[in-house]
Design a protein around this ligand. Structure first.
Ligand SMILES: [Zn+2]
Ligand SMILES: [Zn+2]
Length: 400
């Protein structure tokens, strides 16, 4: 098996596997399926045959805003089947079905207090484009050239880079699931769904009888709507400019839906929010990354209200809060991955889905083949789909 999969480079004795990946080469060029080479799994790593991958706005923002070194293999909502395990892997075996998520060190103060999404190494582990030791995992097919040139490709995005037929993940950011579950459907649990649901259940700990407004009804916002409904919130307000998103929010349990464009200015909109929540909400979640919307979310909360910010906008974006506005015990909290300990939280979400109370699959539109990553991104950006999931479906070695 191993002999079929690997070969040694001309000037490099490390083993590589030839794979296909939807590579981003610049902010403007479309994703293009290309043959690339991926390192064999090292200690603690898993080689995962990717079955499907969700697409998240973080993938798109990283490419469009050039927050990475091109060329890059993005993708951080991958699911698949373990094909090979590296040395010292104890938790997984060949053939396991898995979900991949964000990575963390497991040994810093935040990891030790059960908050791995605030790991001190969160930035480097998920966005640096290398293994934790700084080594690149991807390179161009045919590297090194006869001149000895190795064309490196940025990978290790969220320690997976799942816009590809194969991914390298770690034990820490991989979750085993039952083999009878539909793997492709589970892909968005690795980021978007756990972020929205986790913000309600883990960060805000929304309780029964409370009130919450959710600004933005994408995958994250609608997952928050479902979680708030499960938590027994009495008032669940969903806000979006797209009427079809508001229809979906209602179907998923929102008690009120608002389209800000229906109001004569922000003050009228905030006044309407005040009316449904008896003078101020207990919680608000902003999923938009827009500082004006974040300020509205903050202002919609009443005394002791907590506003959760999930999307920070591009680096350098600032928000202004009136200091007097904080005085009634109000707070504004940044949230990463819904404060989720994915190894326990994702199985919990799967159980809720199986019980029929957390139908996150309604948010998914499937795209067939790795070649459709660009189409899926275009459809997501246009608002035509809520959560695109690309089924990879390309036998290895088949050229585009
Ligand atoms: Zn850590
Ligand atoms: Zn994401």
């Amino acid at each position: 098996m191993r002999a079929r999969l690997y070969y040694c480079g001309v000037h490099d004795d490390a083993s590589y596997i030839s794979v296909h990946a939807a590579v981003a080469t610049s902010p403007d060029e479309p994703f293009a399926t290309t043959e690339v080479e991926l390192r064999a799994p090292g200690p603690g790593e898993l080689l995962v045959k990717v079955v499907a991958t969700g697409i998240c706005h973080t993938d798109v923002m990283t490419k469009v805003k050039g927050l990475c070194e091109f060329p890059i293999v993005l993708g951080h909502e991958g699911v698949g089947v373990v094909e090979e395990v590296g040395e010292a892997v104890t938790e997984f075996a060949e053939g396991d079905h898995v979900i991949m998520t964000y990575d963390y060190c497991g040994d810093c103060a935040q990891c030790n207090r059960g908050k791995p999404s605030y790991c001190v190494d969160h930035g480097s582990l998920n966005f640096a484009g290398t293994r934790p030791d700084g080594e690149r995992t991807h390179r161009s097919a045919g590297s090194p050239t006869s001149d000895g040139i190795v064309e490196e490709i940025t990978g290790s995005f969220f320690q997976q880079s799942s816009f590809a037929t194969y991914a390298l993940s770690h034990e820490s950011n991989t979750i085993k699931v039952d083999k009878d579950l539909p793997l492709a459907t589970l892909a968005p649990l690795g980021c978007g769904v756990q972020t929205g649901a986790g913000t309600v259940m883990n960060t805000l700990e929304v309780g029964s009888g409370s009130s919450i407004a959710i600004f933005g009804c994408g995958c994250v916002g609608l997952s928050a709507v479902m979680a708030a409904t499960i938590a027994g919130a009495e008032t669940v307000v969903a806000i979006d400019l797209n009427p079809s998103r508001l229809d979906m929010a209602k179907e998923l349990g929102a008690t009120h839906v608002f389209n800000p464009s229906d109001f004569d200015g922000g003050d009228a909109f905030l006044a309407a929010l005040g009316e449904v929540s008896s003078g101020g909400l207990n919680y608000a979640i902003d999923t938009t990354g827009n500082p004006t919307v974040l300020r509205q979310a903050f202002d919609s909360c009443g005394p002791l209200g907590v506003t959760a910010m999930i999307a920070p906008g591009v680096p350098g974006t600032e928000v202004t809060i009136e200091m007097m506005g904080l005085l009634p015990g109000k707070s504004l909290r940044g949230v990463v991955q819904g404060d989720s300990e994915s190894k326990t939280f994702i199985p919990k979400l799967i159980e809720l889905w199986q019980d029929g109370v957390f139908p996150f699959d309604k948010l998914i539109t499937m795209f067939n083949s790795i070649d459709s990553v660009e189409d899926a991104v275009v459809a997501m950006n246009a608002g035509d789909v809520i959560k695109p999931v690309v089924v990879i479906d390309r036998p290895r070695g088949e050229t585009p």
